[in-house]
Write a protein that binds this ligand. Structure first.
Ligand SMILES: Nc1ncnc2c1ncn2[C@@H]1O[C@H](COP(=O)(O)OP(=O)(O)OP(=O)(O)O)[C@@H](O)[C@H]1O
Ligand SMILES: [Mg+2]
Length: 507
């Protein structure tokens, strides 16, 4: 296979951070090349250099496409050279139609607003390419599920005739089924000679499709090898620079009193009050245990915990008891006062203020505890910030680093720090390790263990079955808003959970 892309000695610095340090990266025609590395290793930065987002002159080193040195000044330059990138965060205009998203900004002269018909025809063609035949090009993009939007991003990339397609964590928010469609499409592109650069923390996916794997660590290339010569464990040790023996360090639970009791709890749709998103669910969580909640996307898991946390507009019914006392939680402030804390799956929307620094994000839910007559004690804020930077191993220069400049996984750790600072009795984690590398996952699991030892109760929602099974002491499975089953960890199998999640079993 011929070399299509060669990045040589790429060095990229931000104030105080060397994100890339003499990185070399070579990709061949028609291969799927996975780029692995811990959070903050430099993966996204390297791809932003390649895609022209960081223009030539803002980094050192050279970039060659088909043997020709390229100096991209803009993203458009890179697109002209056949490079297309799908960013870690979706970039579609949600209020525009699918057709507009697909075609606009591509060649406006050719498809001026005047000729909608041609635009729709063209859009239909690309939708078909990515298996979205059923989607009407006139649909407003934001009304489609995340998975479909992701496929539209890919269609858009293709419509630009990409021969190098970069996907930065494309499956983080997708369902199993959507992941399958995506991986199949990538395999098809490969057959057509498209080179795919694939960034993912999900090593099983990487090994399913990748021909070659490059591992970055601390801004440097540590290895490029054929996938067939590697194993998941080897990649992990290359990524973290040490061996991780146990993926899920579950400890024996010593559950004590029930702290949270939920009885016949229903959640109603905000727009249609007769529709139940969660339907008469009952469960208990005790101090010192981890309750896992499993279920397919849309099964009501997130709605259940968001509503308990006072974070949903729609109504609810049923009873909630904390330490045996009935409580009515109307908003998230009351939830925090009652000892609940929630790490949301969507950190951008609910979790973080990206243009604020780390210490302010961490302390924002705990201000009364570090303030005197409304005045924040800055020293205390800094020392709390530093404490969580250390204990969560947040990769940042200082507590004053702007949160938005952190890598995805490190942002997630800031959300976690914010929740821990409120000293919750019940910590609710909704997809806590999404987008987080294996090393950091392990740290988060250890932290969960430490918390249950201290008597905190943890509720963990996760779409990754190995994670739910590996860490929880009990597992509740939801299906279509209802509780479909509950297992103690020893009895749970992947199969039993899947059967229950797809509506096969009732309890
Ligand atoms: N715009 C920026 N300003 C300052 N620092 C930045 C900026 N973008 C990235 N960094 C820093 O560069 C390093 C590499 O970040 P990058 O986003 O490339 O990591 P990553 O490998 O993609 O991680 P993740 O798996 O978490 O997405 C990190 O230390 C990050 O904080
Ligand atoms: Mg990244």
């Amino acid at each position: 296979m011929s070399v299509v892309l060669e990045m040589k000695n790429i060095t990229k610095e931000f104030p105080g951070v060397k994100a890339l340090d003499q990185v070399n990266f070579v990709a061949k025609k028609g291969e799927i090349h996975a780029l692995c590395g811990e959070n903050g290793a430099g993966k996204s930065t390297l791809m932003k250099v390649l895609s022209g987002l960081y223009p030539s002159g803002t980094y050192d080193g050279t970039l060659e496409i088909n043997g020709k040195v390229c100096e991209f000044k803009t993203i458009k330059d890179a697109e002209k050279a056949g490079i297309s990138i799908i960013y870690q965060e979706l970039a579609l205009a949600k209020q525009m139609t699918v057709a507009e998203n697909l075609i606009l900004g591509n060649e406006p002269a050719k498809f001026g607003i005047i000729n909608k018909n041609i635009m729709f025809k063209e859009a239909e063609k690309w939708l078909k390419e990515v298996g979205l035949k059923g989607v009407n090009p006139e649909t407003i993009t934001g009304t489609l599920g995340i998975g479909k939007q992701q496929l539209i991003e890919i269609a858009k990339a293709l419509s630009k005739n990409a021969n190098i397609l970069i996907l930065d964590e494309p499956t983080a928010a997708l369902t199993e089924q959507e992941v399958r469609i995506l991986l199949d499409i990538l395999l098809e592109f490969k057959e057509r000679g498209v080179t795919c650069i694939y960034i993912s923390h999900k090593l099983n996916e990487v090994f399913e499709i990748a021909d070659t794997i490059t591992v970055l660590r601390d801004g440097q290339t540590v290895s490029t090898q054929p996938a067939s010569e590697l194993t998941e464990d080897k990649v992990i040790s290359l990524m973290v620079g040490r061996e991780i023996k146990e993926r899920f360090p579950r400890i024996k639970a010593e559950p004590k009193e029930t702290v949270l009791s939920v009885r016949d709890y229903s959640v109603f749709d905000q727009e249609n009050a007769s529709k139940k998103l969660v339907d008469s669910v009952s469960f208990d969580v005790r101090k010192g245990e981890i309750l896992g909640i499993s279920g397919l996307m849309g099964s009501g898991r997130t709605e259940l915990v968001m509503s308990l946390f006072g974070g949903l507009q729609g109504g609810n019914s049923g009873e909630v008891l904390i330490d045996g006392k009935k409580v009515k939680i109307k908003n998230t402030k009351q939830a925090i006062q009652q000892g609940l804390s929630l790490v949301s799956e969507d950190r951008k929307k609910y979790g973080l203020i990206l243009d604020m620094d780390i210490k302010s994000n961490i302390s924002i839910s705990s201000l009364p505890s570090i303030s005197n007559r409304q005045v924040i004690n800055k020293n205390e804020e800094i020392s709390h910030g530093n404490k969580y930077i250390d204990s969560l191993r947040i990769k940042a220069n200082s507590v004053e680093t702007v949160t938005g400049t952190l890598s995805g996984g490190n942002q997630q750790k800031v959300v976690l720090g914010k929740c821990l600072m409120t000293k919750p009795k019940v910590l609710i984690l909704d997809e806590p390790t999404r987008g987080i590398d294996v090393g950091a996952k392990f740290e988060i699991y250890n932290l969960m263990n430490q918390l249950i030892r201290e008597g905190v109760a943890i509720i963990m929602i996760s779409s990754e079955l190995p994670e739910v099974m590996g860490m929880s002491h009990r597992i509740m499975v939801m299906s279509e808003g209802q509780k479909a089953a509950e297992f103690v960890a020893e009895e749970a199998t992947q199969e039993k959970i899947m059967v229950a999640a797809t509506g096969g079993v009732t309890v």
